[in-house]
Ligand binder design. Structure first.
Ligand code: TPP
Ligand code: SF4
Ligand code: MG
Length: 345
């Protein structure tokens, strides 16, 4: 008997979601990083990004392993611990046609990689930087990381007595132009945020609270599923209409902060925190600092700036990937070289 085969749904560049999947995850079942990999798959599919045009960059950690579990057709580079920003910068500068997606952990970013992180944020490099934040070094068996909250407790009973680094506040202050926080368990918010991130032209920093079920999901942890379900306070509701969707939405404009993205997409932020203006940089940092002093975990889009030129624009890089430029354009002529050498004598 013939069986009916259903036709898979295709995105606007004609690909099924299967083309956006990666290898089978080897992370622990229930790890927040798995859910983030799924949302990245969905967002890239829904935005119709060509998988071959993505460069997945990461450092070291369970989080940094996760690019293996989405976009199997993309370019991928697993760097040294904390060194993802340097390799991502090289890829973004050398090839403007790539969508650069960095995946890092709280340890990879805020401890060993802190120096690289701050310099990346101040350059507005065109890339998406995701911190899969579980408050611990998952891969090395659950030591506190620098994003662990003051007073949070390890399973062993050890209390964290140092204040946390807030990567969002740091990124806003340093110059990132799209900064938000989400939770791996909030499918809707994370997906909308990722789609808007894909449409953004400069540096996107997304800090995604991503519980480590093996080492940091117990009572006393502030990065557990339970704690996030009880304490997550979204500051805005994110609506995103991509440029290829010609949808007219009726809304009460008084409640919405509307941002026209560089590619013509529309980001609509419904205010949940009274009068929150995501383009006001100083207010964004102040809001995060005040929330931290009250032990509140704010999520949503904290800051967006679509005007700032990117690092690649400032360098005046050519549109064509450097690797495909002919030698006549990448090397000085013999005469120019000899003139230069003569000048140095
Ligand atoms: C130079 C160097 N130092 C230390 C390590 C050991 N190490 C591996 S992963 C890691 C921390 C990972 O934590 P995080 O980035 O938060 O990732 P997670 O595993 O929690 O997702 C450390 C310290 C290493 N691999 N290389
Ligand atoms: S140890 Fe923690 S961070 Fe690593 S895969 Fe398991 S749950 Fe995820
Ligand atoms: Mg971690």
């Amino acid at each position: 008997m013939a069986t009916a085969t259903s036709t898979p749904k295709l995105n606007h560049i004609g690909l099924p979601i299967l083309e956006y999947r990666g290898g089978k995850s080897t992370l622990c079942a229930g790890c927040g990083h798995n859910a983030i990999a799924e949302r990245i798959t969905d967002a890239m599919f829904e935005m119709g990004v060509e998988p071959e045009r993505v460069a997945k960059m990461s450092g070291i950690g369970c989080s940094s392993k996760s690019p293996a579990y989405f976009l199997g057709r993309a370019h991928s580079f697993n760097a040294v611990h904390g060194r993802m920003p340097a390799t991502a910068s090289g890829a973004a500068v050398a090839n403007r046609t790539l969508k650069v997606l960095g995946v890092s952990g709280d340890g990879d970013t805020a401890s060993i990689g802190a120096g690289q992180f701050v310099h990346l944020m101040r350059r507005n490099l065109p890339m998406i930087y995701i911190v899969e934040n579980n408050g611990v070094y998952g891969l090395t068996k659950g030591q506190f990381s620098a994003t662990a909250d003051l007073g949070s407790r390890l399973k062993t009973g050890v209390i964290n007595d140092l204040p946390p680094i807030d990567t969002c506040a740091l990124a806003i202050q340093l110059g990132a132009t799209f900064v938000g926080r989400s939770f791996s368990g909030d499918k809707k918010q994370l997906l909308s945020m990722l789609k808007a991130a894909i449409a953004h032209k400069g540096t996107v920093l997304l800090d995604v609270i991503s519980p480590c079920v093996t080492f940091n999901d117990h009572e006393g942890s502030t990065k557990s599923y339970k704690f996030m379900q009880e304490n997550d306070e979204p500051i805005n509701e994110i609506g995103f209409v991509p440029s290829f969707d010609d949808i007219e939405v009726d809304y009460d404009s008084g409640q919405i902060y509307e941002v026209e993205m560089h590619d013509g997409s529309n980001l609509r932020l419904r205010k949940l925190l009274e009068d929150y203006d995501p383009t006001d940089k100083a207010n964004a940092v102040r809001t995060l600092m005040e929330a931290s002093s009250k032990d509140e975990i704010l999520t949503g889009v904290f800051y967006i700036n679509t005007e700032q030129p990117t690092f690649v624009d400032l360098l005046n890089m050519v549109e064509e990937p450097l690797a495909t430029l002919p030698e006549s354009l990448t090397r000085p002529s013999k005469a120019a070289f000899e003139a230069l050498m003569a000048d140095l004598q």
